[in-house]
Design a protein around this ligand. Structure first.
Ligand code: NAP
Ligand code: ZN
Length: 349
């Protein structure tokens, strides 16, 4: 018998979120049931519900930055025990057998990775995310959350953390590399902290200088305003790696010109609209324009351990279940410093 549990529910792409319920499957032999304690608010939750990426299966509970404690384990589970502090990110299943899964890149599963919400799971049910009091996940997609990471701050690492860590690692950010981060939001602020911890020189490209003091406090060396045309002249040819974390379309061609010879601009922001690029901009300076999708499970654990070791935690604002619509409006207005985390106890009242 599936359990019916409290959750925050989207009923359509336009109506406010409401307090309701979702179903969770019984714990199977390979499953872990997690009592959720904290759930991060990712801009992807909003894109999804608003229909930016296509029609969705409503009613839907979103949320893929999930932290809590293990409440129950299946008979075949070996790596987790009741009481463990754990996390779940954007993935809850994949085929496990294709070349990409075997390479630890489950997010690029050739059969289609199963997202934490709004995806069709292997049993045919629609997955429901972490704005809820519990979740049942196969053990292979559960992460360990180190004790060194404050409990209420850990959740955003499960999406925003890995989404920025993975391209910084892949494109080898480190001492001697010049990294720029476009957009100082949930992803952007973690990109700054992680790139700084990796030893890179970090520049923030925000629309205005309103967040400059924050950017420097987060570990950036410099901050420039993209609304100032002079920025694009001053910084032309300056960066080895640029991470674009902006949730809306920007003039990507202008930003590509900020790359040095052989530099790469990695888009992690996922606006609905296309962003035109001139061939000449890429040809000149042998520039690359790339994308990156979250990270695999092993790399997500590596990121959590890296953050614990380097004392990295997101800057969070705690909110309650009944204020979720206000929180979403503030994310849309870029008025959050720098990630909302829902106190899931407020769903249990
Ligand atoms: P967020 O907290 O809302 O941050 C986005 C930032 O972009 C804002 O803080 C703002 O920075 C800037 N921005 C917003 N609107 C803008 C506009 N119209 N023009 C220029 N800049 C603007 O969002 P997030 O949760 O970090 O997510 C960012 C994007 O990454 C979303 O599209 C999300 O879906 C995507 N995402 C992708 C992956 C992946 O695997 N690739 C994973 C997670 C999220 P400033 O105020 O500093 O200008
Ligand atoms: Zn996300």
């Amino acid at each position: 018998m599936p359990a019916v549990i409290p959750a925050i529910v989207a009923t359509s792409s336009t109506d406010p979120l409401v307090l309701g319920t979702v179903e969770r499957r019984d714990v199977g032999p390979a499953d872990v049931r997690i009592d959720i304690r904290w759930a991060g608010v990712c801009h992807s939750d909003i894109h999804t519900v608003q229909g930016d990426w296509g029609p969705q299966p409503f009613p839907l509970t979103v949320g893929h930055e999930i932290v809590g404690t293990v409440a129950e384990v299946g008979s075949d589970v070996t790596r987790f025990a009741v009481g463990d502090r754990v996390g779940v990110g954007c993935l809850v299943n994949s085929c496990g057998e294709c070349a990409n899964c075997r390479a630890g890149e489950e997010q690029h599963c050739l059969e289609g990775a199963v997202g934490t919400y709004a995806a069709t799971d292997v049993d045919g049910t629609i997955t429901q995310g972490g704005y809820a009091t519990s979740i049942v996940v196969t053990e292979d997609f559960v992460l360990r959350v180190p004790d060194a990471i404050p409990y209420e701050k850990a959740a955003p690492l499960l999406c925003a953390g890995i989404t920025t860590y993975s391209p910084l690692r892949h494109w080898k950010a480190g001492p001697g590399t010049r990294v720029a981060v476009i957009g100082l939001g949930g992803l952007g602020h973690l990109a700054v902290k992680i790139a700084h911890a990796m030893g890179a020189e970090v520049t923030v490209l925000s629309r205005s200088l309103a967040k400059k003091d924050d950017a420097l406090a987060l570990g950036a060396d410099r901050c420039f305003a993209t609304e100032d045309a002079e920025t694009f002249r001053t910084l032309r040819g300056s960066f080895d790696l640029i991470i674009n974390s902006v949730s809306a379309p920007i003039d990507i061609d202008a930003h590509l010109k900020l790359l040095a010879l052989n530099g790469t601009l990695v888009n992690v922001g996922a606006p609905a609209e296309p962003m035109p690029v001139r061939a000449g901009t890429l040809i000149s300076g042998r520039r690359s324009f790339a994308g990156s999708n979250i990270g695999g499970i092993a790399e997500t654990q590596e990121m959590l351990d890296f953050c614990a070791e380097h004392g990295i935690a997101p800057e969070v604002e705690i909110t309650s279940a009944d204020r979720i619509n206000e929180a979403w409006a503030r994310v849309l207005a870029s008025d959050v410093r720098y990630r909302f985390v829902i106190d899931i106890e407020t769903l249990r009242d």
